[in-house]
Design a protein around this ligand. Structure first.
Ligand code: AGP
Length: 609
């Protein structure tokens, strides 16, 4: 999705903006641009395609101003092109915008009637025209932005430059994240933390309906109506090095290998092996409330939704409470059965997914309490939910989610344990046993990561496949879905995840010698059933890649390829099972030469509906 960076200070603005834009690349984009002052005039440089192209253009430019704004655009209204790229400069005003202006056609028609001509197909361009309109009516820069925004319906995060006040940036937010970074003799604007983390850790997160007026020496936050807002900055502890590749070829590979560490960080301080207790900082739900609730919903999108599907198994098993799992984009429109006896658990790595935010609001309006499991500190979801459990996976840059997923699973497991304890389902001994198993997990995940060379070899043999089927059962059925999603996201191979027992009801028609079937065969209660499903595939000449448990001597005779993962308690098996699937998708994509970290058409956080 689109990204914003803004800078007021004495460093070379072109270089700084470019650096910030590179840090935003992971969000996904198709064009980029900057606006910087040169000899008191705003100069805009933009191009379609990658930031490397913008870099070449900027090599031949000189800037001497103290303020600039930059943007990476992910096309919604209007195709990817230089004309549609931001910043949009109209006369004296340049604007970058994330979000969607819902009434842009209406505004555009009004402005056309006032003899404005537009140079792009975007909804965003109306903003620069609106602000100029109010400046021409005699309003100050700040008043013009506020009055202009009052006419807008929809969502926005914006940063604006005005030619007559070259040291100043005005930023504003409604339903799209925007952060102000505070430095010494310099200040920053960004749509997300990694863009400016190399320069400052002190950040103020704007709220909806707020604007920030900043230059290199000061930051003022106000409401659109002009009332001053005082909010202390938040100190972000993420280390910028964590957001670099640290020698790995891709962020995705680095993040796959970071999973054992991410799980340790997610569990840190939240469990006691001695007493079997769980401490959920950020979630303050009483035993009385936990006994009273009748149903829990997990609501999320994409990979986070699959974490919810695994969570259903965990929570129903450990908490003995009915759990429903819903896609946020469906939940929000289907008048769900939710009331004050329902607990909504929203799962989102970014905390900015538009559908998940809308589902949270829908549920809250119907009286439900809301908990979110989120990786990004102070994201909109984290701030708007009643309770938040942070995953502590560290910044996830690769568009394909990996470590955020397993950290979500760890957080869900903690919630399940806590619910089970509070509802009196899990006694001390069982809790201690489960916590001990949880503590062993990072070591087992390390062992699974050592399987990389073997997985790479298999990936090479299947990199030319056209389709793939992923089969799993029980708690690992969602892992089959996740494996298929990973493969299609980054290698563009068509892949489907299926509950293995359901294969004979349709997908079996697809099986022939051209159809590789990756099958999850943990040593659990459905082991025998999965073996029968493998036989069904083999009988139709399908190729079987099995992910099985170490010591399973029978499986090698049945499958064409076998990867052995370490033995793990079945309720925790998804943590280990998913690792070979992530590595498989990664290596297939590398063999195919696709863009692993920024796959085509995808965005890291989907902030539009
Ligand atoms: C996962 O690899 C995806 N890129 C995507 O499905 C993602 O999980 C989904 O968009 C939800 O994002 P969130 O966790 O930030 O809400």
């Amino acid at each position: 999705m689109c990204g914003i960076i803004g800078y007021a200070g004495e460093r070379a603005p072109g270089d700084l903006l470019l650096d910030g834009l590179k840090k935003l690349e992971y969000r996904g984009y198709d064009s980029a641009g900057v606006a910087v002052f040169n000899r008191d005039k705003i100069k805009v440089c933009r191009c379609e395609g990658k930031i490397a192209c913008l870099e070449k253009i900027l090599d031949n430019e000189t800037f001497d101003g103290e303020a600039g704004i930059g943007h990476t655009r992910w096309a919604t209204h209007g195709r990817p092109s230089e004309a549609n790229a931001h910043p949009h400069l109209f006369q004296s005003i340049a604007v970058v915008h994330n979000g969607i202006i819902e009434n842009y056609i209406e505004l555009r028609d009004m402005l056309k009637d006032e003899h404005n001509t537009f140079s792009s197909e975007t909804d965003s361009e109306v903003l620069s025209h609106l602000f100029v309109r109010f400046i021409k009516k005699g309003l100050s820069f700040e008043e013009a932005v506020c009055r202009g925004l009052e006419m807008v319906r929809g969502s926005y995060a914006i940063a604006v430059l005005y030619e007559k006040e070259p040291a100043k940036i005005i930023a504003a937010r409604k339903e799209s994240p925007l952060i102000i970074g505070l430095g010494e003799g310099e200040n920053f604007v960004a749509s997300d933390v990694p863009a400016i983390l190399g320069y400052t850790r002190n950040m103020i997160f704007l709220n909806d309906g707020e604007i920030a007026v900043l230059d290199k020496n000061r930051v003022e936050i106000k409401t659109l109506a002009g009332s001053p807002v005082q909010r202390p900055p938040i100190h972000i502890t993420w280390d910028p090095i964590m957001a670099e590749k640290s020698g790995y070829k891709h962020f995705m590979l680095k993040e796959i290998f970071e999973q054992p560490r991410a799980i340790i960080d997610t569990l840190r301080g939240r469990i006691s092996e001695e007493t079997g207790s769980v401490f959920l900082d950020g979630i303050d739900l009483s035993t009385e409330y936990m006994k009273k609730i009748e149903r829990i919903y997990f609501i999320a999108c994409g990979t986070s939704y699959y974490a919810g599907l695994v969570g259903k198994f965990m929570l129903e098993h450990l908490g003995r409470i009915p759990v429903e799992v819903d896609l946020a984009s469906e939940f929000r429109y289907r008048d769900p059965l939710v009331n004050e006896k329902t607990l909504l658990v929203l799962i989102s790595q970014s905390g900015e997914t538009a559908d998940t935010l809308a589902a949270m609001r829908e549920g809250r309006d119907k009286g439900a309490r809301t908990v979110c499991i989120c990786n990004v500190v102070e994201s909109t979801l984290a701030r708007d939910c009643d309770h938040v459990l942070y995953t502590h996976a560290g910044p996830e840059i690769g568009v394909a989610s990996t470590k955020a997923f397993t950290s979500q699973l760890a957080s869900i497991f903690l919630i399940a344990l806590s619910v089970g304890r509070k509802r009196g389902v899990i006694q001390d001994d069982r809790a201690k046993y489960l916590i001990q198993k949880l503590v062993e997990l990072p070591r087992l995940m390390e062992q699974a990561l050592q399987l990389e060379p073997a997985i790479r070899e298999i990936a090479e043999q299947y990199a030319d496949a056209r389709d793939f089927l992923f089969l799993g059962r029980g708690i690992n059925y969602p892992i089959a879905l996740e494996g298929a999603l990973k493969l299609k996201e980054i290698s563009y191979i068509h892949a489907e995840g299926y509950p293995a027992g359901e294969m004979k009801h349709g997908p079996i028609a697809l099986i022939d010698e051209e159809m590789p079937v990756l099958t999850l065969v943990p040593n659990d209660s459905v082991y025998e059933k999965i073996l029968s499903n493998i036989e069904e595939v083999k009988a139709r000449k399908g190729k079987v890649i099995a992910i099985a448990t170490k010591g399973d001597i029978g499986i090698e005779k049945r499958a064409d390829h076998t990867i052995f993962i370490p033995e793990v308690d079945s309720i925790l098996s998804p943590f280990v099972m998913v690792i070979p699937l992530q590595l498989f998708a990664y290596h297939v994509a590398v063999f195919k030469g696709t863009d692993v970290d920024q796959p085509r058409n995808l965005a890291k956080s989907v902030t539009v509906e």
